[in-house]
Design a protein around this ligand. Structure first.
Ligand code: NAP
Length: 259
């Protein structure tokens, strides 16, 4: 390859998502922010959304400081009005929505015998019901445009279950089933919907776990390292830039922990 074609190839790589608008929920930090950064680095206009305007703006600033296109919008994924307002604001600002990454999520871990109904409900609402509600608010615009890429962040726990994570496991299993249903209902509109099931990723969510628990996980990870948010972002980038014949799938990003 000549130098010229190499630089051309590089340019194309940076432009793969040029002109596309990508909403990432819960992207003030962690995996969501890494996904927004990856999509913006490919030229997308990133819509950083989080519970408070301050968190959303913080994430957006990190990207704009690096010369990428990003703007923060407030969106609490457990609040229907907040979701609808965000979708309307994004449409009036940018005129379209090409990509939706349903990423926002929480844990409230404890064994079933101690789990309060409010812990169950909070996790199901934030991790599962939110995916239904945000998708519903956004997909109608994708349908009209006859194009869309939806990526839901599930978890290996949604495929295998885990001690102390009944609410989380059920929510993520629900996300996987919902992903396949969205894929079926919207395939005729040229909208793909896939899920990513991360294993142990080094973010605030896992940093709060005790050292002996982290050690236990490490024993089961053949690649012998915890995942980074960028590892998950790479998979999201694939679904948004390539994979036009791939829908209703779950890609596991876990260093080989489950195979
Ligand atoms: P994180 O660092 O805790 O980030 C979660 C993000 O979601 C935060 O920005 C948080 O906002 C936001 N959020 C929480 N509740 C929200 C709500 N009601 N409305 C809007 N945003 C909300 O965790 P993470 O590890 O990046 O997790 C991202 C996703 O990956 C989650 O769905 C998680 O279940 C999934 N996942 C993570 C791992 C892992 O090992 N880390 C593994 C498998 C799957 P605040 O900053 O305001 O709290």
């Amino acid at each position: 390859m000549t130098t010229q074609t190499l630089s051309e190839a590089k340019m194309t790589h940076h432009d793969l998502l040029k002109g596309q608008v990508a909403i990432v929920t819960g992207s003030g930090r962690g995996i969501g922010l890494a996904i927004a950064r990856r999509l913006a680095s490919a030229g997308a206009q990133a819509v950083i959304t989080d519970i408070t305007q301050e968190f959303a703006d913080g994430g957006a600033k990190e990207l704009t400081d690096k010369g990428m296109k990003a703007q923060g919008f407030i969106c609490n994924v457990t609040d229907v009005q907040s979701i609808e307002k965000m979708a309307e604001d994004v449409m009036s600002k940018f005129g379209k929505i090409d990509i939706l990454i349903n990423n926002a999520g929480i844990t409230r871990d404890t064994l079933i015998m101690r789990m309060k109904l409010e812990d169950w409900n909070a996790v199901i609402e934030t991790n599962l019901t939110s995916v239904f509600k945000v998708t519903q608010s956004v997909v109608k615009n994708m349908s009209k445009a006859n194009y869309g890429r939806i990526v839901n962040i599930a978890s290996v726990i949604g495929m295998h279950g885990n001690f102390g994570q009944a609410n989380y496991a059920a929510s993520k299993a629900g996300v996987i089933a919902l992903t396949k249903t969205i894929a079926k209902e919207y395939a005729s509109k040229n909208i793909t919907c896939n899920a990513i099931a991360p294993g142990f990723i080094d973010t605030a969510m896992t940093q709060k776990l005790k050292d002996d628990i982290k050690q236990k996980y490490m024993e089961f990870i053949p690649l012998k390292r915890f995942g980074q948010p960028e590892d998950v972002a790479e998979a999201a980038h694939y679904f948004c830039t390539g994979g036009s014949y791939v829908t209703g799938q779950v890609i596991v990003v876990d260093g080989g922990m489950f195979m």
